[in-house]
Design a protein around this ligand. Structure first.
Ligand code: CO8
Length: 260
């Protein structure tokens, strides 16, 4: 696999740990998404792999979400390829047969939050500097219906409506309160807690758990699977608009200024 993701699979436990290590902030670029999908596919095909923990090797950040530079000043053709890769990542993670646990050891906005929501369980570092949420409207863009559906399935309709309209980023304590994450632990215990939690989930017979997971998620997955092309077209039409490109440009400027 690539240098940007490190996968350690422990044969004795049947659990793999996937570490995202794409500096500086694990933004989900076309290349990175492709590598993640290939790695996930390999694990999925290995019947001895029953559980997957996803975490970050970067300090302070789980994932900054979709790579904005893949959506800014790019050709429609590039945007098509990029969006297909985003869809693919979501379909693979949300539909995974494995037990998936997100060890959210840093900030996790937008696509980062989406990735963690595709997992079966979320453990977040209890550090008030970190935040998590779907903040798309703050960038002047709109979370697609399947981002919205994933959040509704996680925290419910009313909370999602408010979160999406305002583009809310939650502190770990707030995220726990609304159920966006399942557990908070001190930063240095995120991974060990994920491993302990995995043991509990591994005690359930796979076939029963997998059918249950599929029963819960299939309608949401089918909605995208049967609308993939239209969803790609919508994305490209939206993201290549001058006004949207201008918003993204301003947001990138804001990120730079905030740093200085
Ligand atoms: N894409 C590209 N570059 C990024 C991104 C990103 N998502 N996030 C940060 N960067 C860049 C920064 O610009 C900076 O670049 P440089 O070094 O050249 O100045 C570098 O990464 C480091 O960033 P920071 O200095 O900000 O790092 P911090 O550790 O201080 O903060 C954060 C980390 C909290 C992750 C912060 O970088 C941040 O808030 N980033 C923006 C996150 C964000 O808003 N992402 C939204 C992406 S959009 C998305 O995921 C879903 C889109 C759905 C599309 C729907 C359209 C229809």
């Amino acid at each position: 696999t690539s240098q940007k993701i490190k996968v350690d699979f422990d044969q004795s436990t049947g659990v793999a740990v996937m570490r995202m290590q794409s500096p500086p902030v694990n933004s989900l670029s076309l290349e990175f998404l492709t590598d993640v999908c290939i790695a996930l596919e390999k694990l999925e095909m290995d019947k001895s792999c029953r559980g997957l923990i996803v975490t970050s090797s970067q300090p302070k950040v789980f994932s900054a979400g979709l790579n904005i530079l893949d959506m800014y000043g790019k050709s429609p053709e590039h945007c098509v390829e990029f969006w297909k890769a985003v869809q693919e990542m979501w379909l693979k993670f949300y539909g995974s047969n494995m037990i998936t646990i997100a060890a959210v050891n840093g900030s996790s906005p937008a696509g980062g939050c989406l990735l963690s929501m595709t997992c079966d369980y979320r453990i977040m570092a209890d550090n008030p500097r970190y935040s998590i949420g779907l903040n798309e409207t703050q960038l002047g863009i709109v979370a697609p219906f399947w981002f919205k559906d994933t959040m509704i399935n996680t925290v419910g309709h009313r909370t999602t409506e408010m979160a999406l309209q305002l583009g809310l980023l939650y502190s770990p304590a707030e995220a726990l309160k609304i159920g966006l994450v399942d557990q908070l632990v001190p930063e240095d215990q995120v991974l060990t807690t994920a491993t302990e939690t995995m043991t509990k989930w591994l005690a359930i017979p796979d076939h029963a758990r997998q059918l249950t997971k599929s029963m819960m998620r299939k309608p949401t997955i089918d909605k995208l699977t049967s609308n993939r092309e239209a969803d790609v077209n919508n994305f490209v039409k939206f993201i290549t608009k001058d006004s949207i490109q201008k918003s993204l440009g301003m947001y990138l400027e804001m990120l730079k200024r905030r740093k200085a």
